[in-house]
Design a protein around this ligand. Sequence first.
Ligand SMILES: Nc1nc2c(ncn2[C@@H]2O[C@H](COP(=O)(O)OP(=O)(O)O)[C@@H](O)[C@H]2O)c(=O)[nH]1
Ligand SMILES: [Mg+2]
Length: 319
Amino acid sequence: MSSSSEFLCEGLLEGDRRSAARLLTMVEDGDPAAREVMRRLYRHTGRAHVVGLTGSPGSGKSTLACALAGNIRAQGLSVGIICVDPSSPFTGGALLGDRVRMQELAGDPGVFIRSMGSRGALGGLSVAINDAINILDAFGSDYILVETVGAGQVEIEVVKYAHTCVVVMMPGGGDEIQAIKAGILEIGDIFVVNKSDRQGAERTMSDIEMMIEMTPAPDAGSWRPPVLLTAALESRGIEELAAALEAHKEHLEASGRLASKVEERMKAELLEILSMRVSSAAIRMLEDSDAGRDLARRMTAREIAPHDAADEVIRRLRC
Ligand SMILES: Nc1nc2c(ncn2[C@@H]2O[C@H](COP(=O)(O)OP(=O)(O)O)[C@@H](O)[C@H]2O)c(=O)[nH]1
Ligand SMILES: [Mg+2]
């Protein structure tokens, strides 16, 4: 291991924020040295409770994450926040509003906030997010909040494999209800109707409750997702949300569901790494090697069918 990577690892494990920040940049940039670092850090991971926060843009996820972080800190625990926004082309930072709000927390040594865009992480955003979670875990965060826009596949995957998935909605949104129908209902462990200072919050809450009622529970002892009202700007309902997180955590532990959930998460993480590595190795081979060019030529001449060409590529892959 190179001495600078080793130095960064040591720093991270001792709680040095700059080391954490530099390691996060490495995974985000897809720096090959990151693999070595992750190997070394890995045995120091597995302690944090990972909470996914998802929902449509503007529903108040960032505001809620900040309010929740305040509550977690008041319990004497530390918290890492990862904001994922793959669509925005910002350069290494969150949207301005998020940044201002998060600045209030940023001075606290028990809080670590990081925004991640799609920059650098070519097709490998999920891998970068998982690495970032592991880094903040090794850093010693008790809770890790991962905020994602609940739209694309990557984002859904991330929250699906969090220990607890919180779906954030707003009052009155017909779109919100559509989103629930489109698959978010299955992944939510806790539903939050934020902006409850606005009209229609109770109505939205009972709509969601009704949909949960209609979904048959897998078995008698399974978790029933609560639907909570919050007004994140005024920090209302945050204690109830923190209590629901704790209750879900206890449920996972007591029911034995935690172990299987973690295993699912490990498999998903491995699959993300494999897909990224296999596809980039295949692309390299097709674009930059004689063998790749030869295969294309043989396909064009109808000497080899696409599926057989794929077999040949797989046989030759060096990932
Ligand atoms: N009225 C009201 N506005 C809120 C509340 N929470 C957040 N907001 C506002 O909603 C906007 C979007 O919030 P933000 O946290 O950035 O949403 P995100 O896109 O889901 O992260 C911001 O202008 C917030 O100030 C709330 O509880 N009530
Ligand atoms: Mg946000």
